[in-house]
Design a protein around this ligand. Structure first.
Ligand SMILES: Nc1ncnc2c1ncn2[C@@H]1O[C@H](COP(=O)(O)OP(=O)(O)O)[C@@H](O)[C@H]1O
Ligand SMILES: [Mg+2]
Length: 233
């Protein structure tokens, strides 16, 4: 990917993400991670190479929850379904199911300003879930949250993943988060972003909260951390 101003953002990146796979990309700031996701979703057009993706069924979650402040949780969660023209009764039902999946039952009538950061993000997730995407793209969705909230949302996201079995492509700068969530972790170099490592995570699902404290887990985090040190230099 080369932008019109000549910025060479991503180079020679190639990988597949299959249904039931959760692939996380980590890399230095500015290495082209968001660009990669935007290309995958069709928001940005790549200048070289090719992308094959089911565009009819993409969920996209950004770092900012991007909720509409004048809509309640229920109405925000219904938004994508409404834009797709889903009838009122069906989208209501779907929204209620999604709200339950993200643990927001009881908050349906609240407005975004009444929600904590974690709840806003749950609401944003639910809004995408309503359409049952086959491909789910996440651009540092929990990056602005405190560590405890982030870990709780990681546990919840894995529950969603087990339930829905979409193909997940997730961006983060947290190595722990990458290893905890993923079936594979892809490490990118500094710009132009290239793949410098690709690890399979040796844990089955469901994953318990405390695998984070196992030696194997720490060892993999250490390897990725070392790759990233090299990526910066
Ligand atoms: N539209 C654009 N035009 C020119 N350069 C861009 C554009 N979008 C992003 N970039 C540059 O491309 C590089 C990769 O950006 P980005 O994908 O946002 O990085 P990351 O998400 O890994 O932090 C950065 O140097 C950024 O400044
Ligand atoms: Mg980014």
């Amino acid at each position: 990917m080369v932008f019109p101003d000549g910025t060479h953002a991503v180079d020679d990146v190639s990988f597949d993400v299959h249904p039931g796979e959760f692939v996380t990309v980590v890399g230095p700031s500015g290495c082209g991670k968001s660009t990669l996701l935007r290309i995958a979703s069709g928001l940005e057009e790549n200048t070289g190479g090719s992308v094959t993706i089911d565009k009819s069924s993409i969920g996209y979650v950004f770092q900012d929850a991007t909720l509409l402040p004048w809509r309640t949780v229920q109405k925000n969660v219904e938004l994508n379904a409404e834009l797709q023209g889903m009838d009122k009764a069906t989208r209501r039902q779907k929204a209620m199911e999604a709200i339950e999946l993200v643990n927001l039952v009881g908050h349906e009538g609240k407005y975004p300003k009444q929600l904590s950061g974690g709840m806003k993000m749950r609401c944003s997730l639910a809004r995408s879930l309503v359409l049952n995407p086959k491909v789910f793209l996440f651009d540092e969705p929990f990056g602005a949250l405190d560590e405890i909230t982030r870990e709780r949302l990681n546990d919840e996201l894995l529950r969603l993943f087990l339930h829905e079995r979409f193909a997940g492509l997730f961006i983060t700068h947290s190595i722990q988060e990458a290893v905890f969530l993923s079936t594979r972790v892809v490490v990118m170099s500094a710009r132009p972003g290239r793949i410098i490592a690709d690890y399979r995570v040796p844990y089955d699902f469901p994953r318990q909260h405390d695998i984070r404290y196992e030696p194997e887990f720490a060892e993999l985090c250490g390897k990725i951390s070392n790759d990233l040190k090299d990526a910066h230099s």
